[in-house]
Design a protein around this ligand. Structure first.
Ligand code: GLY
Length: 417
């Protein structure tokens, strides 16, 4: 009996020793690991070094599109591809954070490449392309030529507006006279139009932007606040002909990047108008994301919230980066939910900043983030770096820096980068 008690006590002692060793270890890890705030400037530096490697391989008249690891190939585009504004915009932001003149030189060089697009009436993404590049430059080092490029782009873009549909035409089709396509992605054109009204006092741009937002809210956003990507209207009557998804899993599913564009778009609508309706819209979109059982704990979404293969399918770092930037901004506007939006944005950023998503120096063709999902249904740009993932990641890091350094975390009343 005594022997058994002794053994039991020894066993208990051993167990306590193991537990306390584990807890000492855990403390050591916590003490040793640095927070995102503590490492944020290193992250900008790392990103700047990556982009200096990326620029070495870039042909003079091209912009980076993605990197194919299997054959070490940098895929590029011309300046009229929808992603062309992100590389210059990221360079400007990284220059602002690091003051590295090589980044500034490349940023200015690539703006020149884009300049001709300001009169391109066929470019449905003109607003996003020009605002993310020239618009970012204007915030950092304004020049008259940038202002002219932005204003001309706004004038060009509104030529695609249809007052019956109350939206800007997204894609040109052979059926232009009969069909009028509007995609949720093009909420991202609207910041340029607000900028144009602020710059000129002409409210017509502002009205077009609000009308387009309303058209998208009424037609692309479903009753459960998920979104569909494409709505086709009758060009003459403005009536809805059909709704579908191209980049999502199927017509009823919720494509994650589309949901991210909606979150970012309606948040920016609230920023520009201060109309509480847009805050309400953004919060409904946010609730769909945060309450979705298919959103992983680390908060980087799968490429579609309804992909049947979840959890055995691709994540989309670009959707997470866009959402992170939007959640951090939204955290400053929502009195009720600010803290949970901040936490969501922070978790997304922490995951993206981890080695799981951030490439090692010199890897990933010079892009910053890995694991983006471009167009999964046609297996194009699958599990790759994407320039828009990098752009919104850097923007989110900048927002996080401002929010955490302001000491408030939520409800801050400063200008968001
Ligand atoms: N077409 C824009 C996107 O892929 O998000």
């Amino acid at each position: 009996m005594i022997k058994r008690l002794l053994i039991n006590h020894l066993f208990l002692l051993f167990f306590i020793l193991i537990l306390s060793a584990c807890s000492t270890n855990r403390q050591a890890v916590t003490k040793g690991s640095k927070t995102l705030t503590e490492t944020i400037d290193q992250r900008f530096k790392h990103a700047g070094t990556q982009y200096k490697l990326l620029m070495e391989d870039l042909p003079g008249d091209k912009l980076p599109k993605t990197f194919v690891k299997a054959n070490n190939y940098l895929e590029t585009s011309g300046p009229d591809w929808w992603t062309s504004g992100f590389y210059p915009g990221t360079l400007w932001s990284l220059y602002e954070e690091t003051q590295d003149s090589a980044l500034l030189k490349e940023a200015k060089r690539t703006l020149k490449l884009l300049s001709k697009q300001q009169t391109n009436e066929k470019l449905a993404d003109l607003g996003a392309i020009m605002y993310n590049s020239f618009g970012t430059a204007m915030k950092i080092d304004p020049e008259l030529s940038y202002q002219k490029a932005l204003l001309n782009s706004a004038k060009t873009l509104v030529k695609r507006y249809n007052p019956k549909v109350k939206a800007i035409r997204s894609w040109d089709t052979r059926q232009n006279d009969k069909e009028f396509v509007v995609v949720i992605d093009h909420l991202m054109n609207l910041e340029l139009l607000f900028w144009a009204t602020h710059a000129t006092g002409d409210s017509s741009y502002y009205k077009v932007a609000c009308n387009q937002a309303e058209t998208i809210w009424n037609n692309h956003v479903r009753p459960d606040y998920s979104t569909c990507q494409i709505v086709t209207f009758d060009t003459k009557s403005g009536k809805v002909k059909h709704k579908r998804n191209a980049q999502g899993y199927n017509d009823e599913s919720c494509w994650s990047r589309g949901q991210a564009w909606a979150l970012y778009g309606f948040t920016s609508l609230y920023r520009e108008t201060k109309d509480p309706l847009y805050l309400e819209y953004a919060e409904h979109i946010a609730t769909f994301i945060l309450d979705n059982p298919n959103l992983p704990k680390d908060k980087v979404p799968y490429w579609d919230f309804n992909a049947p293969e979840i959890p055995n399918t691709y994540r989309d770092a670009s959707a997470a980066a866009i959402m992170a930037a939007a959640f951090l901004e939204l955290s400053g506007y929502s009195v009720e939910n600010g803290k949970s939006y901040f936490k969501a944005g922070e978790t997304m950023l922490e995951t993206l900043a981890s080695p799981e998503y951030t490439a090692l120096l010199g890897a990933n063709g010079g892009f910053i983030l890995m694991h983006g999902a471009g167009y999964i249904p046609v297996m194009a740009e699958v599990d790759v770096p994407l320039p828009y993932a990098d752009y919104y990641y850097i923007q989110a890091l900048k927002r996080y820096k401002v929010l955490t350094q302001s000491g408030s975390g939520v409800n801050a009343s400063f200008k968001f980068p």
